[in-house]
Ligand binder design. Sequence first.
Ligand code: SAH
Ligand code: SF4
Length: 398
Amino acid sequence: MTLTLAPALPNATTAPTRRELVGLDPAEIAAALVETGLGDKEARMRAKQLWNWIYVNGITDFMAMTNIAKPMREALADGFAIARPEIVSEQISSDGTRKWLFRFREADRPNASPVDIETVYIPEEDRGTLCVSSQVGCTLTCSFCHTGTQRLVRNLTAGEILAQILAARDRLGDFPGLSRPVDGLVPEGESRAITNIVMMGMGEPLYNYDNVKKALLIASSGDGISLSKRRITLSTSGVVPYIEPAGREIGVSLAISLHAVRNDLRSELVPINKKWPLEELIAACRAYPGLNNARRITFEYVMLKSINDSDSDARELVRLLAGIPAKINLIPFNPWPGSPYECSDWDRIEGFADIVNRAGYASPVRTPRGRDISAACGQLKSETERLSRKQREALEGA
Ligand code: SAH
Ligand code: SF4
C-alpha cells in the first residue's frame, strides 16, 4: 500500500530573525544566550536544559519547557527557533519503508528559497535505519544515480541534517510521550524505532564536511540523541582528502561506493575517480583511523548487468581489498526513469556473491527496499530541481 499524506503539519518555526537552535552545540547555545544578556553561569545551565528538551524530549515549543520560568520561555520563543521541516509528503511502501519529502526554510534567513529533500526510514527485524541527506542535489554525476542527474542546489546546514532525524523521530513516535504510527516498529531489544543512521541519502557528505561533522557529533553525543558512532555510517563516493579527517574527527563507520575495480570503468560510473583513482582511494581506506576486524569498512558495489558483474570483476574485487578489514555490500541496481543500466540477473548476482563469499567476505545482497515509492538507493531526487527547471523553462520561453 502506498499512502501519500496531504501537506499537513504547519511550519511553526519560520518567524523572521529568530536564531535556530538545532545544529548548535551546547557551548554555542550558551554563547547565544549570553548575547541576550544572560550571565555565563546561567547561560550554561539554560543551554543544558534546552539541549535536553530539544534532543531527548523532542520539544519544539518553548512554552512546554516546564523547568524554565515563564517570562524566560517567552523571551526564548521571541529570539530563538527549534526547527522542524514542513512535511510535504509521507509515503509508506508495501514493505514498511517510509519516505518523507521535507521542505526546509531557514529560520535565520527567512528570505532564502525553501529547499526540498528526501529522507527514508527502512525497518528491518534487527534494526531501523534512517537514510539521511547531506545536500540538495549533488555536484557529482555518477551515471547510475538519480540524484546525480540533479545539479547541486546547496549544502544542508548541520541543523537541517539533524532536523531530518528529529522529524523522523516525531513521525515514528521515538520521543517520550508520542505514540507509534504502527505496532512492531521497535526492533527486539531496542528502545527506539531508529537504531541506525546512514548518510546515504541525497548528496556527497564529504563535500559538506563541516556541517556533516557537526551534525553527526551532535547525533552521537551521549546526553542528546545518543546514537552510538558504530551505528552511524557515512558513505562516500571517494573524496580521498577527507577520509582520514572523517575517521579521526567524526569517528563513525565508513562506507565506500566502489562499484568498479578498474580505473577506466570506475571513472565512467563514479567520475570522481578521475580525480582520486582507485590506488589513492584504497590507500586512504587502509589508513582509515580505528580500522580493525571489529570495525570494518563497507564497500558498496551496485550490480549492473554486463557492466561490472563478471566473475573476473569479482576476483579482482577480492584482490583489491586484500588485507583491508572489509564488508562487501552487493546492491541490486535500482532503476529510475531514463536510467541507462539494467540490474544484473539474479543468478549472476549469486555467482558474483559466491566468489566474494569464498574469499571470506560476508557479502549480503542488499534487498531493495521501498522501490514502489522510489525510496531505494539512488532513486532520491527532490522537488526543488523540478521546480527550478520549470521556472527555468518559463524564463527561457519568456
Ligand atoms: N554520495 C554518497 C552517499 C549517497 S549515495 C555516495 O555516493 O556514497 C548512497 C549509495 O547508493 C551509494 O553507494 C550509491 O552508489 C548508491 N546508489 C546510487 N544510485 C543507485 C542505484 N540506482 N541503484 C543502487 N544503488 C545506487
Ligand atoms: Fe552523488 Fe552519491 Fe549519487 Fe554519486 S552516488 S551522484 S556521489 S549521491
